[in-house]
Design a protein. Structure first.
Length: 627
């Protein structure tokens, strides 16, 4: 239960949902419990037994499970009760074993219990119960015969199948569970500006190659008309030169707004063709949902009350100091007409959903009201439960967590700036084991159009390679913005994380031929081949005795992957990878380095304990443990 049930926990279609609870009462009576659940739209409850597990939790922990088979909102609850018949049977069994002669009182109690249980049973179970009842109530029969009938195993089993739940306890309110399809948890993302690839037609031609490289999602920044007023020029210049295309995030001009398409990219029919081709080759199209407008957006004329104005009547443009966005205006969430504003934004999302879009990257959701996101995401997923929302929220952890609770399927993270072994271990362990894993799914983007980290600026190709391996093997979802595979690393100014000649403000010539593409393709193939890499909370960090090396293992069933990465972009590093017995591996086992072919040899013998490792700058081992 997330925040005592205030928000739903998250699961993915096909997951076995394990439900546990501490169940106890006064006395020594035998207890029973079940987990009960309903899928989306169902009115009848299903149930499965809960079992009493070991004494690690003071001997009161019970556990049961069920499998979620479709996306949407599920509900579950727990019902527990005292098994009066089993409690009586246990007491009777102890007294028989102790040689107690007078059992008449106990057997008279058993008659009443059997009468009630037999009335609840059906079929063969009822026959079994009534047959035993006739013996137990026969006061002329020997006590031993009556007790033997009461203690029969087939009677015990029949009674358990028809329990008397007269005094059961159930949770005050059912607990909600938000179930997504697999793409909400696992996927390889590629981001590109379609205007640098020849519009929709050009991007459509690249989809088979993106599929071949193993990408699951193609994310497109805003595809809408771009405003002319205050249009930004190259490198964020305040005045655009003739021919400067402007920032796609300055949405809207006289021809349309959030439901429009920039004419240089193509038509709506061409967009539909792009989505259809993506579906054919297995690459989903993701659109950016940015709640902001250029000064030329139709909403500023049609709904001026939706925007913030200063006392002098001027519009208040967007700012994120020290960044200023003179070409963008935010909506006024305190508008008296907020209901129609919310509905208009919902209509935008549903418009693109009806055109086949099932994945949205949401721009700066942390600057919008949480109740709005709860409302919008629930509305959308009530009609289209397969829709996935990615939060681009580089902000305070409390807000990022709350966005996950409010319904976002996954989120950008601080991984972008975590570079040391300590920082990576601490942060990933927090995401995987602090409770966040119940509602917060990370997406480890290695770069974005807004973020060129210092280590990529100075680390060279080796740092690009190591960051790529880390993202792809630490997180089930990760992303690459085009240019990364070409080692683009020049900032617009010293100390800035903005790219020189940023694609946000000008056209670039792009192609899928960067020197990192073979490694990207290989990593994506490894990710698809290993179920262990499709999960996040299963990570275990391993000791390396060298802070320039980081090692971790992931296990899912029989599939085990051990990854070792060099964090040093400038020198060879030696260390060990200590494999603990807790991974459940044999004393000696074979591993195959999935990143290399047969030359040099890729198969090695490892063991529990210390294994020597030497890696060149940017090098890594991704080791599949052989059965």
């Amino acid at each position: 239960m997330v925040d005592c049930g205030r928000y739903p926990a998250k699961r993915t279609v096909g997951d076995a949902v394990v439900v546990s609870a501490d169940i106890f009462r006064d006395g020594h009576e035998v207890l029973r419990a079940v987990v009960r659940w309903r899928g989306p739209g169902e009115t009848d409850w299903h149930e499965a037994p809960m079992r009493h597990i070991d004494a690690r939790h003071a001997g009161v922990r019970w556990e049961g499970s069920f499998t979620v088979a479709e996306p949407g909102r599920w509900t579950f609850t727990i019902e527990a009760w005292t098994d009066a018949f089993a409690s009586w049977r246990e007491e009777l069994d102890r007294k028989v074993a102790a040689g107690v002669d007078d059992l008449s009182g106990e057997l008279s109690e058993g008659v009443l219990l059997l009468e009630r249980v037999s009335g609840l049973a059906e079929g063969e179970d009822r026959v079994t119960l009534e047959r035993a009842l006739s013996v137990v109530r026969d006061t002329t029969a020997p006590t031993s015969t009556r007790a033997e009938a009461a203690l029969a195993l087939d009677l015990r089993d029949a009674a358990q199948r028809s329990p008397d739940r007269l005094e059961s306890t159930i949770l005050p309110q059912p607990v909600e569970l938000d179930v997504d399809r697999e793409r909400a948890r696992f996927g390889s993302w590629y981001e590109l500006f379609p205007r640098s690839w020849g519009g929709f037609a050009g991007v459509r031609g690249e989809l088979p190659r993106l599929a071949e490289l193993g990408f699951d999602v193609l994310y497109l920044p805003p595809i809408h008309p771009i405003g002319v007023t205050n249009r930004k020029g190259a490198n964020n210049a305040l005045v655009a030169a003739a021919g400067d295309p402007g920032s796609p995030w300055a949405i809207g001009d006289a021809s349309g707004g959030h439901d429009g398409i920039h004419p240089d990219l193509g038509t709506l029919d061409e967009f539909d063709a792009l989505v259809a081709e993506g579906r054919r080759v297995g690459v989903e199209i993701c659109l950016d949902f940015a709640i902001q407008c250029s000064a030329d957006h139709p909403w500023l004329t049609d709904h001026p009350e939706w925007f913030n104005r200063r006392p002098d009547g001027t519009l208040k443009y967007a700012e994120n100091p020290p960044k200023k966005y003179q070409d963008i205006y935010n909506v006024n969430w305190q508008s008296e007409d907020w209901r129609h504003l919310w509905q208009a934004l919902l209509d935008v999302v549903l418009f693109w959903v009806t055109h086949g879009v099932r994945v949205f990257r949401v721009d700066n959701p942390h600057t919008k009201p949480i109740p709005f996101w709860e409302w919008l995401i629930r509305k959308v997923r009530a009609q289209y439960p397969d829709v996935v929302f990615l939060a681009e929220a580089f902000t305070r952890r409390a807000m990022m967590r709350t966005l996950g609770k409010a319904g976002f399927s996954q989120s950008y993270t601080y991984f972008t700036w975590k570079s040391s072994r300590f920082d990576l271990t601490e942060y990933v362990s927090e995401l995987a084991g602090s409770g966040e894993q119940e509602y917060f799914r990370p997406n480890f983007f290695v770069n974005t159009p807004d973020i060129l980290t210092e280590e990529l600026q100075v680390g060279g190709p080796a740092k690009f390679a190591s960051r790529l391996v880390l993202a792809a093997t630490l997180s089930p979802s990760y992303g690459v913005y085009s240019g990364f595979e070409h080692y683009e690393h020049e900032p617009v100014a010293p100390g800035s994380e903005e790219y020189l000649d940023s694609e946000k403000y000008q056209l670039r010539e792009r192609d899928l031929d960067g020197p990192l593409m073979p490694l990207i393709g290989r990593l994506n193939a490894i990710r698809r081949a290993h179920p262990a890499l499709r999960e996040f909370a299963n990570i275990r960090f391993l000791e390396t005795e060298n802070d320039a090396l980081i090692a971790y293992a992931k296990r899912s069933g029989d599939d085990v992957v051990i990854t070792v990465v060099s964090l040093d972009p400038g020198a060879d590093q030696e260390g060990v990878c200590i494999v603990p017995s807790e991974l459940g591996l044999p004393p000696s086992f074979a591993v195959r380095d999935e990143l290399v072919g047969s030359h040099p040899p890729s198969r090695f013998h490892w063991r529990l304990g210390r294994n020597f490792v030497r890696l060149a700058p940017g090098q890594a081992h991704v080791l599949g443990v052989e059965a």
